[in-house]
Ligand binder design. Structure first.
Ligand code: ADE
Ligand code: ZN
Length: 335
């Protein structure tokens, strides 16, 4: 019954494009750019995917990005993602990109965004629509975010919103308030990671200081009943990433993941993959795993897919197309 969760039409709303760098591609790009990775082989690199918390992952995540140097690299990275996503039923994807992690290494912003735009444009031939979310690194000096923002705002083609990521605890959202206010004034959407490792106060901060319309992760919101009431009342979507939460030890096991409680609390939950190359699976596999773990029905899965579409920043027309396709999937016999 759950096997065709992989084919269920859906939107991926929480995906760091740098987190789709599979080890094979990392070595290919390293060779192309004449870079030596601090790992001898694909197997050795994969063996390093054992994390104790968010920071231990971020250390490896940023180290591997060193292989991304040219516009072509960014295009190839995103093109590989779109191929995989299409094969797993993803029909719309909003890609976070960590521009500062590249500009701080001397890579031109224009090459980063240019390569990603090339891949987004090309994904149309796979039936996948895509857009970009410029994410600021909350653990870097705010001046660095301001510098990237000053460059990005000159040409926002393909960029649908701004986001906030990297190490959460000790880095509350408030210092990014001015950038977010400018971005919102220019018509961009506002999202932010909050309540992943940090407590409910980070979610409140993202809502109040940044005007976040969507919260990335948000699993710790459940610790604050008033916050849950607020999120339900205002239908604020939460982009939950089950494999990520287990691999980064935000939760002990999938069996105790709070997804069922979040759904029964009436929260607008979506299921996503975060950094699938590092965490063991893309959006369809995350959905399939929670369906098996929690015995979700075909109707429950369709609800999660509908949530992903209505929480997306896709046009009303695109959302309507995808919702119709989900209805068709739900009505079909998935045996
Ligand atoms: N950057 C990439 N993945 C992330 C995560 N899960 N949390 C915060 N920042 C990230
Ligand atoms: Zn994330």
């Amino acid at each position: 019954m759950t096997a065709d969760a992989l084919l269920l039409p859906k939107a991926e709303l929480h995906l760091h494009i740098e987190g789709t760098l599979e080890p094979e591609l990392a070595f290919e790009l390293a060779a192309r750019n004449g870079i030596t990775l601090p790992f001898g082989s694909v197997e050795e690199l994969r063996a390093a995917y054992s994390f104790t918390d968010l920071q231990s992952f971020l250390d490896l995540y940023y180290a591997c990005m060193d292989v991304l140097r040219t516009r072509e690299d960014f295009r190839d990275l995103a093109a590989a993602y779109f191929e995989r996503a299409a094969a797993e039923g993803v029909r719309h994807a909003e890609l976070f990109f960590d521009a500062q992690a590249h500009t701080s290494r001397g890579v031109a912003y224009a090459d980063v965004v240019g390569g990603l735009r090339d891949a987004v444009d090309d994904a149309a031939r796979l039936g996948v629509s895509g857009s970009l979310i410029l994410s600021f690194l909350r653990d870097a000096p705010v001046e660095q975010a301001e510098a990237v923002w000053a460059e990005a705002r000159r040409d926002l083609a393909g960029i649908v919103g701004v986001g906030l990521d990297s190490a959460e605890v000790g880095n509350p959202p408030g210092k990014f308030a001015a950038i977010y206010a400018e971005a919102r004034a220019l018509g961009l959407h506002a999202v932010a990671h909050a309540g992943e490792e940090g407590g409910p106060e980070y979610v409140w901060g993202a809502l109040r200081d940044l005007g976040a319309e969507r919260i990335d992760h948000g699993i710790r919101s459940l610790e604050d009943p008033e916050l849950v009431r607020h999120l339900v009342e205002h239908r604020v979507p939460l982009t939950v990433c089950p494999f990520s939460n287990v691999r980064l030890r935000a939760v002990d096991t999938l069996a105790v993941h709070p997804l069922p409680e979040m759904l029964s609390a009436g929260l607008h939950v979506t299921v996503n993959s975060d950094d699938p190359a590092y965490f063991g699976g893309y959006a369809g596999q995350n959905l399939q795993a929670v369906a098996e773990q929690f015995g979700l029905s075909r109707g429950d899965l369709a609800t999660l897919a509908r949530n992903s579409v209505t929480a997306s920043f896709a046009s009303a027309q695109r959302q309507a197309e995808l919702l119709a396709d989900i209805d068709t999937w739900e009505a079909a016999d998935g045996a």
